[in-house]
Design a protein around this ligand. Structure first.
Ligand SMILES: [Zn+2]
Length: 145
């Protein structure tokens, strides 16, 4: 729930910035004579306004991409940034049996995200594996009593 709440909050912030930027463009960029005289919409009839709106669109797409990329590398439970990237697999010989991938882990042990680095059979998505109890898992790897 926290994961999606943070995502919605970041999207709301981006939409707020986009609305403020659009208001600023309309306030600062002058509309040309042709657009105002004949009642045309300024977009595609006024070069300065059209250029400003194209730059505005690129900025908005960039902000949305930053939000999505940032969200991808967050814990699905606590929404903290995933840490400790560990590379595994091999680029040279065993790309079929051990494809290269990067694993990220939540600093509080909620889960692990495995990001495939090799896209042989189409686009492969990251896999999130939630840990039930990381301490129990770690104790099972230690010496037997
Ligand atoms: Zn977490």
């Amino acid at each position: 729930m926290r994961y999606w709440g943070l995502f919605i909050a970041k999207l709301a912030a981006v939409f707020g910035v986009a609305a403020a930027l659009k208001w600023l463009i309309r306030a600062v960029v002058p509309i040309g004579y042709t657009a105002t005289r004949f009642g045309h919409a300024p977009f595609s009839h006024d070069l300065a306004y059209t250029t400003a709106m194209m730059v505005y669109t690129l900025i908005c797409i960039g902000l949305l991409a930053l939000v999505v990329i940032d969200q991808k590398y967050r814990c699905r439970t606590c929404a903290r940034r995933l840490r400790m990237p560990v590379n595994s697999g091999s680029w040279s010989a065993a790309t079929i049996f051990a494809p290269p991938r990067t694993e990220f882990i939540c600093p509080y042990g909620h889960g692990t995200m495995t990001q495939p680095e090799l896209q042989i059979a189409g686009r492969e998505t990251a896999v999130w594996v939630e840990h039930k109890d990381i301490w129990e898992e770690l104790e099972s790897l230690g010496p037997k009593r």
